[in-house]
Ligand binder design. Structure first.
Ligand code: PMV
Length: 354
């Protein structure tokens, strides 16, 4: 949607709360302008969210957007610069922002740069705000679905952010078997979800809450010329197709195999990059071993996945919450940083706040 930048009444506030997500089939590697080399699917989270509010007003200067950025109530010029650059790159698509002075205030419910995808919740919240402002002050009739447009804008900030725009399961990346899927934006998954996977819980076990050694952008870039890149794309496509069937038939055993294989493959790609690196830690491995042993002994279908960091996402059915939480306390917290974990699970997607 193209908008004019002549609306001098542009003034007001907008605020959205938007969740992070955890990928089951991972996006790893990109090309062109933030396009994925393979399709991915994720679960949108309930508790790990970013709230971003923008107070804005029109300025005649026209050299904007002018931004003051506050993270957790403190000025954060480094984040501010990244956002400024991102918004400047969007002026052609959203001319209204060129004439805006914005005070942006953002806060997370979880530690940033800890392997919990803070860029996903941050860029989806920002994109929700920007598209809301653009639509409210343009006067033009929107040409596209709101969330579809937001997802595309969020993707340009951070690929995984494109999926946070929807509750439940979201897919980003084209698949010939599903013509509604696109590399440009995410959409809700196109399959019915079996009851086994409707109330999925995610205990995020914080092994290390510090900053990552190697960020995602550098990791994606290392997939260019990666010796296993072609095989990885094939593997991800195969997993996507199979997971669609599994999500509707309820095959928990195969779900676990695919999800764990995806997590280990992601970290395997990091190990075999040039230069190779690793983001898991000793306690990541200890937790994974305990999860597999508990699954075998208890017959409760717990499994793990990993983001690009050392923390472990322990996925399990809501119906087993009592036993699993007790076991986390007894066996797993000893491997967590300050015994910290986040009791998260599948969420319903972003919410606009007053
Ligand atoms: O959105 P980015 O560029 O931070 O990449 C995220 C990549 C993974 O989190 C590792 C996987 C994914 O699909 O979310």
């Amino acid at each position: 949607m193209k908008l004019t930048n002549t609306n001098k009444n542009a003034e007001g506030s907008v605020c959205w709360k938007s969740p992070s997500n955890i990928a089951l089939v991972k996006y790893w590697g990109k090309h062109g302008i933030q396009l994925p080399i393979n399709p991915s699917i994720s679960i949108t989270l309930r508790e790990s969210v970013t709230t971003t509010g923008i107070d804005f007003q029109h300025t005649d200067a026209g050299k904007g957007p002018e931004i003051d950025f506050f993270f957790e109530n403190k000025p954060a010029p480094d984040f501010g610069k990244r956002i400024q650059k991102f918004l400047e790159s969007q002026v052609e698509q959203y001319p209204v922002i060129q004439n805006l002075q914005m005070v942006i205030r953002s806060s997370n419910t979880f530690p940033h740069s800890s392997g919990i995808a803070s860029s996903a919740s941050a860029f989806s919240a920002l994109a929700l705000d920007i598209v809301t402002i653009a639509r409210n002050y343009s006067g033009a009739k929107p040409e596209r679905d709101f969330y579809n447009e937001v997802s595309e804008l969020a993707r340009l900030g951070s690929g995984s952010a494109s999926r946070s725009v929807y509750g439940g399961y979201a897919v980003w990346g084209g698949m010939k078997e599903y013509p509604e899927y696109s590399d440009n934006y995410a959409v809700p998954v196109s399959t019915s979800i079996h009851k086994n996977f409707q109330e999925i819980q995610d205990a995020i076990l914080i092994v290390n809450a510090g900053t990552k050694k190697v960020g995602s952008s550098a990791g994606h870039n290392l997939m260019n010329n990666h010796p296993f890149a072609q095989a990885r794309v094939q593997q991800a496509n195969k997993h996507m197709l199979e997971l669609h069937k599994i999500l509707s038939t309820g095959d928990t055993e195969r779900f676990i195999e695919i999800v764990e294989n995806e997590a280990l493959s992601l970290h395997g790609l990091m190990l075999s990059s040039n230069p190779g690196y690793f983001l898991f830690e000793e306690n990541t491995i200890r937790i994974i071993e305990r999860i597999r042993a508990f699954r075998q002994s208890s017959k409760i279908p717990v499994c793990f996945t990993l983001d690009a960091g050392p923390n472990v996402h322990l996925l399990y059915p809501g119906s087993n919450k009592v036993e699993v939480v007790e076991w986390i306390g007894n066996e797993l917290l000893t491997f967590c940083h300050n015994q910290k974990w986040i009791d998260d699970g599948m969420g319903k997607g972003p919410v606009q706040l007053k």
